[in-house]
Design a protein around this ligand. Structure first.
Ligand SMILES: N[C@@H](CCC(=O)N[C@@H](CS)C(=O)NCC(=O)O)C(=O)O
Length: 209
């Protein structure tokens, strides 16, 4: 198995879960601007989407889309603590959160990072979009230890990484959301998260987590 990644990007979520499940994996970095991989390969030949994460699961199969890769890995490993089994309602709760983090948080962060969008527009987009969603997640975490049923799941690995991006890449401090802060501080000590951060972003780790 090989994970195509870029330092600190969405591929970090997959790396966390690879550590969480103790899986063997090769990691190859991608220059997202030139679309050239660490070994000189054309990333667009690997996936025409041109974005990470992309997981090569065998010689013929490349999987993309963070939420789906996480689901695939958990299912392959029968890691039912990270993603409950088919038919269990909590499976759909975990997938509901993973899809929420993907489409409502992750993608809204990408908009705020777009250098072609003016700051004033970004402020409006933040105040009417991402901020409301973070308020809602903060409220949920005021009553729950994790996103689903007091159990760390694939959705928590995803949310943790998005929360890391907010101050680190978007200059949005978490202090307005005290329950997001305590959740972040609790999760940062997980060995899978520590290992993934140490591998990818060694120099920023002290500041970040
Ligand atoms: N829909 C994809 C989006 C992944 C994504 O946005 N990846 C970013 C890094 S966080 C990327 O590779 N961007 C480069 C590009 O789109 O050219 C997913 O959920 O995995």
């Amino acid at each position: 198995m090989k994970l195509y990644y870029s330092k600190g990007a969405a591929s970090l979520i997959v790396r966390i879960m690879i550590h969480e499940m103790n899986l063997a994996c090769i990691f190859e970095s991608v220059d997202l601007k030139t679309k050239i991989t660490e070994t000189g390969g054309d990333f667009l030949n690997i996936t025409p989407k041109g974005y990470v994460p992309a997981l090569k699961v065998d010689d013929k199969t490349i999987l993309t889309e963070t939420a789906v890769i996480l689901q695939y890995l958990a299912d392959q490993q029968h890691a039912t603590a990270l993603l409950p089994e088919l038919g269990n309602i909590n499976r759909y709760r975990v997938l509901e959160w993973a899809n929420f983090v993907s489409t409502e948080l992750h993608k809204n962060c990408a908009v705020l990072l777009n250098p072609n969008i003016h700051d004033a527009t970004k402020d409006i987009l933040f105040n009417t979009g991402l901020k409301m969603k973070l308020n809602m997640v903060n409220d949920h975490l005021s009553k729950n230890q994790y996103l689903v049923q007091d159990q760390f799941t694939i959705a928590d690995g995803y949310l943790f990484t998005v929360l890391f991006w907010l101050p680190h890449f978007l200059k949005i401090e978490l202090s307005s959301w005290p329950h997001l802060v305590s959740y972040f501080l609790k999760l940062k000590n997980r060995s899978s998260i520590q290992a993934a951060f140490q591998e990818e972003i060694i120099e920023e780790i002290a500041e970040a987590i």
